[in-house]
Design a protein around this ligand. Structure first.
Ligand code: ADE
Length: 250
């Protein structure tokens, strides 16, 4: 890739899936700025038979179709050979759970090849040709195209320059292991619902303190399991003890 920071190559049997999402908003701007570069490759172009077959019935019988090994592996090998060293990722519900932490790790790579399987599965031997498998959650989608978009979106926004200075990902939910604090913009009152006065006070120290406390309260209430993995100050710990009446969470 020339000048770009991150190259994504996506291998799919539904290349049209990516037309619109990559033409919108931040991903489009990032591509225009040369910060990301996405190429979509049609696995069907790597078939060798007259019917351009990408799937077949499973050995041993059973419902559904299985993605054939040869076109997928030919596609991986061809695309891998076309640029800098790449990490090859297969998206599948059987992969390691995707997370903010994994997105950060991937954002430090130069190039990712993402292989979209179909929901009924890919021939097991494909696994010998990928570096890692990622799941975006414990539910089954119709194919790996949406997971590929999820990964590209989450990774791209962490690449320096993709978000404006104003949109820093540093205070994101999960960036510090906690959920984000509540946000408000004008008007001050909407149908009787007021913006918390501290946010109108202009006192930045107090605002910071309030936001941190709200972040902790929200995490305790909604995702208590995250607390143990979060980076907490002594003041945070004191607050958690006050709120829960114990230090069981710490
Ligand atoms: N393919 C189908 N469902 C998936 C999921 N949850 N994560 C990754 N790939 C998938």
């Amino acid at each position: 890739m020339i000048n770009g920071k991150m190259k994504f190559d996506v291998l799919t049997i539904f290349p049209g899936f990516f037309d619109s999402p990559l033409k919108q908003s931040i991903l489009r701007r990032a591509a225009e700025a040369g910060l990301i570069d996405v190429s979509i490759h049609n696995i069907r172009d790597y078939t060798t038979d007259r019917h351009r077959t990408t799937d077949d019935a499973p050995y041993g019988g059973g419902a559904g179709m299985v993605m054939k090994v040869e076109p997928v592996v030919r596609a991986i090998e061809s695309v891998k050979g076309q640029g800098t060293e790449a990490l090859v990722v297969l998206v599948t519900p059987q992969g390691v759970p995707f997370s903010h932490e994994l997105a950060e790790e991937l954002s430090r790579r130069r190039r990712l090849v993402i292989v979209c399987g179909r929901y009924e599965g890919v021939d097991e031997r494909v696994r010998a040709f990928v570096d890692m498998e990622i799941s975006i959650g414990d539910y089954v989608l119709t194919g790996g195209e949406i997971p590929a978009l999820v990964i590209m979106d989450a990774v791209s926004r962490l690449i320096p320059g993709v978000l404006g200075a104003e949109e820093s990902p540093k205070s994101d939910s999960f960036a510090n292991g906690l959920l984000e604090y509540p946000q408000y913009t004008r008007p001050e009152v909407f149908r009787g619902l007021r913006v918390p006065p501290v946010l109108l006070s202009g006192n930045h120290g107090e605002i910071e303190k309030w936001r941190r406390a709200e972040s902790i309260k929200r995490t305790l209430r909604r995702r208590p399991g995250l607390i143990r993995g979060a980076k907490l100050t002594d003041e945070d710990k004191k607050l958690i003890k006050e709120l829960t009446g114990s230090d069981e969470m710490l």
